[in-house]
Design a protein. Sequence first.
Length: 235
Amino acid sequence: MISAWGLRGGVGNTSVLAMLGDALHAMGERVLLVDLNRSDMLRLHFNIPFSDRHGWAAARLAQRPWNEQAYFLEEGLWVLPHGGDARHGGPPPDADAFWCSAVDRLAARFSWVLLDLPAGGGEFPRLRARSDLDLLVSTADAGCHVLLAQAGLAPATRMFVSAFDPSRQLCRDLLLDWRHRYGPRLLPVLMHKDEAVHEALAQKTNAHARFPDSAAAGDARALATWCLAWRGAGA
């Protein structure tokens, strides 16, 4: 189970997770992606209509079976949206405890359960602590550099850099600093800045599925390969 969360909004956490899920599925893995973010954006990377209001949080608030809200996309790939009815309110009561219990059942059915958490990582502390991999997604910019210095990361939290632009000196300098400062916390793979990510979302899909030859798709495969190796090595 991977809990992924952005250091702040706009770092591309949802896009990264969608591409990772698609890449793992393409490698023969059985994948469930779960949206725990009230923005309810993960579904849009898998061609689920914007007007569709189904999801686990909406079902729980309406006292309907939450596990019937997942979308079967193709053999081995499922997406469970957050749910539009709860989009502008707070999280359902005891959402953290609820998912700590639910993931144990889901883990028996899927090779990978990928959780898209709200930015900041503060809303699901127990779930993050139970995750096999607690993954912080950040961009190499001055704002994230300051936030990282103030974050007080848990010992097991790992870092993934998204939207990396090697043409910018600041990006290169920050990445070098982070490698020195955070050492093994920082994953050895990253995702380059690529307009294919935005173009794919405009077509209600993800870059790995829509533009398999893009830099972002290649980076998603590298991240999926790292995840498989990490799990095979016993984390």
